[in-house]
Design a binder for this molecule. Structure first.
Ligand code: GLC
Length: 734
């Protein structure tokens, strides 16, 4: 495996040679603490009983109060567990001690957790951070997360999630870097470097886990876990791209997706796991299933029973079983009866042992007291990074009459129950944060706006307080309305069929507009929303996403002008839900949408997205000019002048796109090929250059063959994917 010394490789082989079949299978088994006692049904059934009302929440909590957790100590002692999902360092050391000092071979456990956008320091959700287009930041937040989690004994992150996602109805768009394969690839590479590359100490790096392999973001109708069908040229040119990039960057593990791809669930898909990932891409690490996914292959209808599912998964190249115990229960028999070759087990065990060796777990299996105590109080440096990430991820969508920035002396009426929440700023998939570190928008704004008053008025659920609305209108020189989605409305199992503002929030906005005071809408949401009405009537719209622990400071700094917003959109926003999926890098079709009837359009919705990929305003303005392209032997060199024509310094994301005008397959009208963040002082102009290597102007066809074809190409540059300068070039026979 890449990254292992010859000595380490030899140590793995020597250990493998000593292992029994059961011990090898034990490495392939990941457990979570089971909830036991107090009830006589499986825990999952108990959850279902509460969800469908057979027991009340109170009854559930009472039952749980008498329950305990089974950490599978006996199985660990017998060498029957390779990994656990635990994040308490004391418990980690306790369980690790059993594995290392009481099992026959003393193989350490690897502890994994969903650390998607920060551990104790929670950063913006990925869809937001990706919009910073700040590659260095992507890496730094990952590195900080690795250090914080390693201090808790977590050496494996089930991250980065790098699913290309173009349908905002899908709740998990919040977890990934958006709709574009190139931005997703840059994001994925940076996260791998940040999580895995600081080997100055085993306390500073973890194993990353690319997920969800693959195509999960294309679940039909944006409904989570739904079936996925796609043409293979789309598979290769879009959905596989970030995974291929991150494997090339050295990702150590991959998690297979729940969905079927073209009829074969990823969990048992040999073409995906072996042929593509392990052989074509040369992936050296191990593949883990998603939670319960091996068992769900029976439900999919691809396996007749759990034994069949386990056999199919192992043969397909699934190295570790997350949470079903199917491998532990069935693989020994399957090997003994010849259904599963011993070589499959050896390969899986070898890959898992190699990652543990690479993590230094054999030499340093425990969390030291010193390391454990390292972040008892979150260091200022960590908070500063969280604040930097948050404020760089804010996107200014609309700012009529330059209502923003707000003079701090103004009387601000802060409206919306989300504004006072410290939980709702965190976003989906964060489980290791502490409330003491969280800065709500209310608390952040109070520090900056001394004449601020807070009027809850309402939120994503529940009613509107008319009295509060009137009071807010009476008091404020300006109304800042913090509206959006609860964290529970995005993330896993949170698809929405209507992605307008939930509840009565639009009604609340209308009432606020009727006060006659200027209204600034600050959105807290985990996905693009359908904002046709808001864009028509609300003068200022700020996309705040779920920015993590420093959201309050970041929003206050942007609204006051201390920070000039620089974020862009990593995902297109539709006018109406019915347009989903809507994305910039679409095919042209034979009848591109226009005002003419017989073209690709809706009778009842505008053309294209409301806010396109790459879009975001600033408190200053930027102009683009003198876009020139020169052909070199192996590349096209593009240069453009970008000028800050306003009165404030700022940072612009200069985007560079390409279109293959005619090919042996139809190609997207635009494809992002590069971007640059450029700092420009007021009045300053800079030249920005891009090199497009000719070898990178091709695409994969449906057979997975890379095609580089002669013909006309259009090169675009601009501050978003819609408003660009264009130059045409001709790629000769290459
Ligand atoms: C979940 C998610 C996956 C996560 C895993 C472990 O169901 O699909 O992203 O890493 O289970 O929590």
């Amino acid at each position: 495996m890449k990254g292992l010394s010859e000595v380490q490789k030899a140590a793995v082989e020597e250990l493998l040679a000593q292992m029994t079949l059961e011990e090898k299978i034990g490495q392939m088994n990941q457990e979570s603490p089971s909830i036991v006692g107090g009830f006589d049904v499986p825990f999952e059934e108990l959850i279902e009983m509460m969800t469908d009302g057979r027991i009340s929440k109170q009854e559930f909590e009472h039952i749980m109060s008498s329950a305990t957790q089974d950490f599978h100590e006996d199985a660990i002692r017998k060498g029957g567990v390779g990994s656990l999902m635990v994040q308490d360092p004391v418990k980690v050391n306790e369980l690790q001690k059993i594995a290392v000092e009481e099992s026959r071979l003393g193989i350490p456990l690897i502890f994994g957790l969903d650390v998607i956008h920060g551990f104790r320091s929670v950063y913006p959700i990925a869809i937001a951070e990706a919009g910073s287009f700040d590659t260095d930041l992507f890496e730094r937040t990952a590195r900080m997360a690795a250090k914080e989690s390693r201090a808790a004994g977590v050496a494996w992150h089930f991250a980065p999630m790098v699913d290309v996602a173009r349908d905002a109805r899908w709740g998990r768009v919040s977890e990934g870097p958006g709709e574009d394969p190139y931005l997703g690839s840059v994001f994925a590479r940076a996260k791998i470097r940040g999580l895995q590359n600081d080997h100055s100490s085993t306390d500073n790096y973890v194993a990353a886990c690319l997920k969800h392999y693959v195509g999960y973001g294309a679940c039909e109708s944006g409904r989570d876990y739904n079936t996925v069908s796609m043409a293979m040229h789309l598979f290769y040119n879009a959905y596989l791209k970030p995974f291929a990039a991150a494997v090339d960057e050295g990702a150590m593990t991959v998690m297979a997706a729940f969905n079927d791809l073209n009829g074969v669930p990823c969990t048992v898909n040999e073409f995906l796991l072996r042929k593509t990932l392990k052989e074509s891409l040369g992936f050296p690490g191990f593949v883990v299933s998603d939670a319960n996914a091996i068992r769900e292959c029976v439900t999919h209808g691809i396996a007749s029973d759990e034994m069949d599912a386990g056999v199919k998964a192992a043969i397909a190249g699934m190295d570790m079983d997350m949470g079903t115990g199917i491998y532990a229960k069935n693989l020994k028999k399957a090997v003994e009866d010849g259904t599963v070759p011993m070589a499959v087990i050896d390969e899986a065990a070898r890959r898992i042992l190699s990652v543990k060796m690479w993590l230094g777990l054999f030499d340093h299996p425990y969390v030291s007291e010193e390391t454990m105590a390292r972040y008892t109080v979150l260091p200022e440096e960590h908070k500063a990074l969280a604040r930097e990430a948050a404020e760089k991820s804010v996107v200014l969508l609309k700012n009529e009459n330059n209502i923003l920035p707000i003079d701090p002396a103004k009387k601000v009426a802060l409206v919306g129950s989300l504004a006072e929440s410290e939980e709702e700023i965190i976003g989906a998939w964060a489980m290791s944060w502490k409330k003491e570190d969280c800065v709500s928008i209310l608390n952040g704004m109070k520090e900056t706006f001394p004449n601020l008053k807070y009027f809850p008025c309402g939120g994503p659920e529940g009613d509107i307080s008319m009295d509060e609305v009137i009071a807010a209108g009476d008091y404020g020189d300006v109304i800042v309305a913090v509206l959006g989605e609860l964290v529970s409305m995005s993330g896993e199992a949170s698809s929405r069929a209507d992605i307008t503002l939930p509840g009565r929030q639009r009604e609340l906005l209308e009432m606020l507009m009727h006060t006659g005071k200027p209204v600034v809408l600050v959105l807290m949401n985990g996905r693009p929303l359908a904002l046709q009405w808001e864009d028509l009537y609300v003068p200022v719209i700020v996309e705040g996403w779920h920015l993590g622990i420093e959201m309050g400071h970041a929003v206050a700094r942007v609204l006051s002008g201390e920070k000039n917003p620089e974020g862009k959109l990593s995902s297109s926003f539709p006018y109406v839900t019915g347009q989903c999926p809507v994305y910039y890098n679409h095919m042209n079709t034979g009848r591109p949408g226009s005002k003419s009837k017989f073209t690709s359009r809706y009778l009842d919705a505008p053309l294209g997205s409301l806010y396109p990929f790459g879009y975001g305003l600033s408190y200053t303005e930027y102009s683009y000019s003198d876009f020139k392209v020169a052909e070199k032997e192996d590349a096209f060199e593009a240069v453009v002048k970008v000028k800050n024509t306003g009165e404030r310094d700022g940072r612009e994301t200069v985007q560079f796109y390409m279109q293959d005008v005619t090919g042996s397959l139809v190609r997207p009208v635009k494809e992002l090929k590069d971007f640059r963040k450029v700092a420009l002082e007021a009045g300053e102009e800079k030249e920005v250059s891009f090199t497009l290597f000719k070898k990178d102007m091709g695409f994969f066809n449906n057979e997975g063959i890379y095609c580089l074809e002669e013909g006309a190409f259009r090169l675009y540059v601009g501050g978003d994917s819609r408003n660009c300068l264009m130059e045409e070039v001709y790629l000769k026979e290459v």
